[in-house]
Design a protein around this ligand. Structure first.
Ligand SMILES: Cc1cc2nc3c(=O)[nH]c(=O)nc-3n(C[C@H](O)[C@H](O)[C@H](O)COP(=O)(O)OP(=O)(O)OC[C@H]3O[C@@H](n4cnc5c(N)ncnc54)[C@H](O)[C@@H]3O)c2cc1C
Length: 474
């Protein structure tokens, strides 16, 4: 019966088109778009091939179901993130301060407490472990100063630091359970992996990278709201930056055009995508190493690059938001920021629009928390998210007008988020292959950036770096 139900002649697939370009850029995330912009400005002919139906990749305006959106991926920008700041300015996208007035919530061992964010030492959680924590963070900060930004494998102690996980280091350098919890939370909130998943050297490079050419990276700049990476947001949402840049680039950006294979030959390459085959002099692969590994490269890439792509996994993350008539937690004297050791959500932020015309609470379902919800229905994810919000902000949190969430680990073209991380042994064994071109194939993506790797700023920097590299090679 199944066979009989089929039309006698299957509709013909649309004929694949052929094209030529100086440079094919694979991926219209911020890194690919930034590269395209500079290469076009340098007079090169460029095609950007994007698998999704939209630009932005890990930057995404998540639909709330009422015609508006909330940031479902990257959201915040902070001091020293100069390249995303410059790009946003050029695109006419303004920023505003993340809501940060009042007290934060700390939930640990079944006890909820509130703590000031404007003390002399900044926002310090009410846990005896913080003394221990501060000592450990000072040590980390000082070790990070010995890491050459973007080339951690060249640190004098690279082998020693890359032979252990962050978990091993944090357990040998802190005694209290509070400090250990907060160090795990530092890794979870910045990379969305567990401390035992990631190399100490990778963490030190992440710290070193949280700065710019004139300001050394620091732990505070990574984790702080005021003065740190979470300081500001974009008016209209971060997706305005890639959406406007892609619109300026026009029809050189092709959507629903997943690249399946890249064949290199005699100095150039043939890029086969859904519905389009392009002969190009150079190819820029602008995405995380793990997702680049899904492309079929022929002939095989050098082993160091091929194996790097097998060894650089993505974190697991989901962003959950609930919309309320008002940001009611503000009236209760709260910032909307919470840290928790239990429940589905381990960190929250006030995601309300700048005019506070409605309240939006955002929670991160990080690493193991979201994996526990593998196979959960949307209603179950929603119930778990609202239960966490109620623990932090009271019963009012149980009755939102609407909710929405974005699971990045279920996204075929991201494979997780926010960033690809290196387990022990990878940076020292394979790190050089992150940026090294393979013949006509060049690599971009935030994972390849020196400063602000893992962030939008790192993505833009990597695009600008690869554009120079490719232009010089032609
Ligand atoms: C939940 C979450 C929260 C975050 N929060 C922040 C934050 O607050 N601040 C911040 O600065 N950063 C944040 N980030 C990180 C930030 O989103 C990334 O660093 C940045 O967007 C990466 O850009 P990219 O261009 O390197 O990669 P991507 O954005 O991943 O772009 C890669 C592109 O390639 C496309 N693609 C993949 N495979 C193919 C293929 N075979 N063919 C064609 N196209 C393909 C993808 O669809 C995608 O568009 C967050 C990320 C997540 C997921």
């Amino acid at each position: 019966a199944r066979t009989a139900a089929r039309p006698a002649t299957a509709p013909a697939a649309p004929a694949a088109q052929n094209a030529t370009a100086d440079v094919v850029i694979v991926g219209a995330g911020l890194s690919g778009l930034a590269a395209a912009r500079d290469l076009v400005a340098a007079g090169r002919s460029v095609l950007v091939l994007e698998a999704r139906e939209r630009p932005g990749g890990r930057v995404y305006g998540m639909p709330l179901g009422d015609g508006t959106t909330s940031e479902g991926g990257a959201e915040f920008i902070g001091p020293t993130q100069d390249r995303i700041a410059a790009l946003a300015k050029d695109m006419g996208v303004a920023t505003y301060l993340t809501y940060n007035s009042g007290k934060n919530v700390y939930y640990r061992n079944g006890k909820r407490s509130e703590y000031a964010t404007d003390g002399v030492l900044g926002a310090v959680p009410p846990d005896w472990g913080v003394v221990d924590l501060e000592v450990a963070l000072l040590k980390l900060g000082s070790m990070a100063k010995d890491v050459p930004v973007g080339q951690p494998w060249k640190a004098a102690k690279a082998e020693e630091w890359d032979a252990q996980t962050f978990y091993t280091w944090s357990r040998s350098n802190s005694l209290s359970s509070g400090a250990r919890f907060l160090m795990d939370e530092f890794i979870s909130s910045t990379m969305s992996v567990r401390s035992q998943d990631v190399s100490l050297l990778y963490v030190l490079n992440y710290i070193a990278s949280a700065g710019n050419e004139s300001n050394a990276g620091s732990v505070d700049r990574l984790i702080d709201t005021k003065g740190g990476g979470q300081e500001s947001r974009f008016v209209g949402g971060s997706q305005e930056v890639p959406v406007r840049l892609a619109a300026k680039l026009g029809d050189i950006v092709r959507y629903n055009t997943a690249v399946r294979s890249i064949t290199t030959d005699g100095g150039g390459a043939t890029v086969v995508a859904d519905g389009l085959t392009v002969a190009a002099k150079r190819v820029v692969v602008a995405m995380s190493p793990a997702i680049a590994g899904k492309i079929d490269f022929s002939p095989a890439l050098p082993a160091s690059r091929a194996q790097l792509m097998q060894r650089y996994p993505m974190g697991s993350i989901c962003k959950f938001v609930a919309v309320y008539d008002t940001p009611f937690w503000r009236a209760d004297g709260l910032t909307g920021q919470a840290v928790s050791d239990s429940g589905a959500i381990d960190a929250t932020f006030d995601n309300s629009p700048p005019d506070a015309s409605r309240g939006i609470m955002m929670g991160f379902m990080n690493q193991a928390n979201i994996r526990k919800l593998d196979g959960a229905s949307a209603d179950e994810v929603r119930a778990a998210g609202l239960a966490s919000f109620a623990t932090f902000y009271g019963d009012k949190a149980k009755s939102p007008v609407r909710t929405a969430f974005q699971r990045w680990d279920n996204e075929i073209w991201s494979g997780g988020g926010p960033v690809g991380i290196a387990p022990p042994g990878v940076l020292t064994g394979f790190g050089e292959a992150l940026r090294a071109p393979c013949g006509p194939i060049h690599w971009a993506g935030t994972e390849t950036s020196d400063y602000w790797t893992g962030y939008m700023d790192g993505a833009v920097r990597s695009g600008e770096r690869v554009a120079k590299e490719v232009h010089a090679s032609l």
